[in-house]
Write a protein that binds this ligand. Structure first.
Ligand code: 5AD
Ligand code: SF4
Length: 495
């Protein structure tokens, strides 16, 4: 099965460094990055071509992604390396090489990976040359590695979140031996630029602006598995976006665990708002999105930049987590219910057409129904346009996991159900406000359920389906929002 992907051209010429053209494999691998990885990509090409000759068909590879937008972007980087090394990319687990890019933010993400491993093991028994790799957040947990070493011995390669840039080198090691290759780094400051990537959509792309997180919310495992916060240099980010724009990208999504603290640790510090202003100057980029914001760091400067911008989308994802000040304190979120409400009000008053979305956790240790009522109160007052609600998941190693007052599942579920119906009601009301308006939509794809329709996204992230020519995919067109279907619209292109 084929997969529609676009291979990105490199943002800058860094890769040339001491090497122009094809790396010379008769010499030692270069020490500096990314030249070293280009050397190993070339070496992989040989191994892959030999194996494909032996098997009599081109080798296929699939990257299966769990979790957030960061992981999705990491998977594009893995796919970019696989494509350059000579694999044909597919999205089927039937592939000759399957890589699971894992998530561990909640336990159900881990369980899904173990489920997939059981399935892929049965395929590998029928097809012994098949290879399997695991990477991503879950692999940063020592207990997971132990479990895989004892119960999933067929896995060929395991690496983590800090050494993803070494993927080509690890692939070579995998080809050169027949034992399980495990390479996990605890943490690193290193950011390697200018490696290949592929993109799922030709017209939009995620861009990492920072890695890691220093906030240590007490329930969250991310700071432990993604390491300390580090920002990419603005010139690298802007260079990458310019090069994407030159390749036809019109929408960029700036990615970080806490974009509002971007740039604080740079040699020459720079605010996120300032970075946005610079991205806005880039010709060809028509829409700018970003994820995720932490309420404690969201500045007036950012609100002002958003309010005055034509390109920054009318959407802000602002995780609330809880509406109870007591629980927020135990979560180490560093804002109160009142501060969150005041911030949301300020944003709505300065950017009236903005859509506000959020994340909420129910069942945090010590949470009572009265706390859930506080959260519901915030949902009703802020009127979130959408909210992702999660049952608290106990993550080993986090401070909250050691708290004694864990909430029984049944109680948490009752609070969750109450919250969910309230969230759905406000989301429906918010979407209904748009009925009858005409708004610009970026046409993203042919509607997978009804090929006579195109699917587009409004600046505020609402989805609209409407009849139109598939040649419009990647273009921004005005659409009249005719029928409200709760969470999306059916529309008609306006002249
Ligand atoms: N349990 C439940 N939800 C969690 N999140 C993060 N850690 C946990 C956890 N231990 C949620 C938060 C975060 C989103 C990405 O995942 O709401 O914003
Ligand atoms: Fe986790 Fe909090 Fe960092 Fe988000 S800000 S990744 S919830 S620790």
């Amino acid at each position: 099965m084929g997969m529609r992907t676009v291979v990105e051209k490199q943002a800058n010429e860094k890769r040339t460094g001491d090497m122009s053209g094809t790396p010379d494999l008769t010499r030692e691998p270069p020490r500096e990055e990314p030249a070293r990885q280009y050397y190993f990509i070339e070496k992989c090409r040989q191994y892959i071509s030999e194996e494909s000759d032996r098997l009599g068909h081109p080798l296929t590879a699939a990257v299966i992604t769990f979790g957030c937008q960061m992981n999705a972007r990491d998977s594009e980087k893995l796919s970019g390396i696989l494509a350059q090394a000579g694999y044909v990319l597919t999205d089927s687990e039937e592939a000759d090489f399957v890589i699971y890019n894992t998530c561990t933010v909640r336990d159900n993400a881990n369980q899904r990976v173990y489920g997939r491993l059981g399935f892929v093991n049965s395929m590998k028994k029928k097809n012994p040359h098949k290879r399997v790799a695991l990477c991503g957040c879950m692999m940063q947990e020592p207990s997971v590695i132990e479990k895989i070493k004892t119960s999933y011995r067929f896995v060929d390669l395991i690496f983590g979140t800090h050494n993803l840039f070494k993927f080509a080198e690890l692939l070579c090691t995998m080809y050169e031996g027949d034992r399980m290759v495990i390479d996990i780094w605890k943490d690193t400051d290193q950011i390697v630029e200018a490696l290949p990537a592929t993109r799922k959509y030709p017209f939009k792309s995620g861009i990492n602006i920072m890695f890691g997180c220093d906030n240590f919310c007490s329930y969250c495992i991310v700071p432990y598995v993604r390491g300390r916060e580090r920002s990419r240099r603005p010139e690298d980010i802007l260079g990458e976006i310019r090069s994407l724009a030159a390749q036809g990208v019109v929408e960029v999504m700036l990615l970080g665990q806490n974009v509002n603290s971007y740039g604080r640790n740079l040699e020459r510090p720079m605010s996120f708002a300032r970075l946005l202003r610079e991205v806005e100057q880039i010709d060809g980029i028509e829409r700018i999105r970003f994820m995720t914001s932490h309420p404690k760091d969201l500045s007036d400067e950012l609100i002002a930049v958003m309010a005055s911008s034509d390109k920054i989308c009318r959407h802000l994802h602002l995780p609330l987590q809880s509406g109870s000040t007591r629980i927020l304190q135990a979560m180490n979120r560093r804002y109160t219910k009142e501060q969150y409400l005041a911030l949301a009000e300020k944003i709505r008053s300065r950017i009236p057409d903005i859509s506000l979305t959020t994340d909420i956790i129910v069942g945090f240790p010590g949470e009572t129904m009265a706390d859930v009522e506080e959260t519901i109160d915030v949902v009703k007052r802020v009127k979130f346009d959408n909210a992702f609600t999660f049952l608290y998941s106990r993550r080993t190693g986090t401070p909250a996991a050691a708290m004694e007052n864990q909430v029984p599942r049944k109680e948490a579920q009752a609070g969750f159900d109450r919250l969910l119906s309230c969230v759905q009601e406000t989301a429906r009301e918010q979407v209904a406000r748009l009925s009858g308006q005409t708004q610009d939509a970026l046409v993203e794809e042919i509607n997978p359920h009804d090929p006579s329709l195109l699917t587009g996204r409004l600046s505020n992230n609402t989805i609209v389906h409407f009849p139109g020519d598939p040649a419009l995919i990647g273009r921004i067109v005005p659409v009249a929002l005719l029928e409200n279907h709760g969470f999306y619209f059916i529309g008609r292109m306006a002249k």
